[in-house]
Design a binder for this molecule. Sequence first.
Ligand code: PLP
Length: 396
Amino acid sequence: MSRVFLDYNATTPVHPAVLEEMLPYLREVFGNPSSIHWFGQEARQAVDRARQQVADLIGAEPSEIVFTSGGTEAINHAIRGAVEKNAGNSRQIITSPIEHQAVLNTCDYLEGEGFHVTHLPVDEYGAVNPGSAADAITDDTILITIMLANNEVGTIQPVREIAGTARERGILVHTDAVQAVGKIPVDVQQLGVDLLSLSGHKIYGPKGIGALYVRRGVKVAPLIYGGHHERRQRAGTENVPAIVGLGKACELAREELDRSAVRLAALRDRLEKGIRSQIPHVQLNGHPENRLPNTLNVNFSFVEGESLLMNLDLLGIAVSAGSACASGTSEPSHVLTAMGIGPEQSQGSIRFSLGRGTTEKDVDATVKALTEIVGRLREMSPLAADSNSGNQPSGE
Ligand code: PLP
């Protein structure tokens, strides 16, 4: 069976050039970058080169990059580290309800430690209003953490505007840019953030590697104590092959960004158009324009998203219902709920996320499969019968 992978927001395959770059560091180049002999220095140079490549992708200095074990660790480090080092008597953290669990659960943990967390509302597209962020700031605010792009619906947040206000008030700003990096231009100077998290496996790098950008002069407590690695910000012998892979992935992302964004947006639009022309009663979740070029989240009324996902999987098509981390639970997506979408519409929603390997043929095969499966599932659905929906295009 030929398979179609439309779940690139969950993870991406390692780019062949990334693998090539990593292989010597899994085979012959095995030195410890902390060693001062030749073997160590060879590894050190590779880590330094990767640090430069990561920095170049986001407009940072290499000395502002800390390698971590992934996006989740970078986020924990940013939030807990910033709060621990800078809170003083302040107690408020501002975030949004549509963040990834890595942010939400870190904030929950800090709430248990005596901090209070303000969740800014989002509009029907899943966007935070910069005005509401400004209004939420008090003398008690330490940190604002707002994601740059949402993993489920792709909506891009006004992080630059939020950071502008926050910095005038001396408040630190972190952005979870795990889904944005490699898909849209990300520049820490333009954004004006103090801290930014990214992850290797979302950008055709290996899993288990990520990075945290820490603006020069910003103090963040370490999460992991031990040796003097990563300028004492993250102890532990560096994962050299993965770091090399992340560096190469960042270099490729920088080279391919413009072309890939145009190509993916065209394919995403073809998918959306195909769905709308073939299947009635569908609604887009997320912002129609201000969203990631590769992401399409659609509600199919009268259908269970999980059934749709499993039926597509039987035909070799991989999509996601809600975020990958949330699947396996039947809870409606916290992102869609925060956008004011009711449980029924939420349960019938599917995320399609496109990537390097996606072709027009994949898109057309997906539209065809969806048309057939949605039609079949609706035939069995009493709700669909009540609405007399049929399966004729409505042009909705
Ligand atoms: N933040 C967002 C928006 C994500 O989509 C993910 C992964 O799904 C993460 C953070 C966590 O990154 P990692 O899988 O590298 O820990």
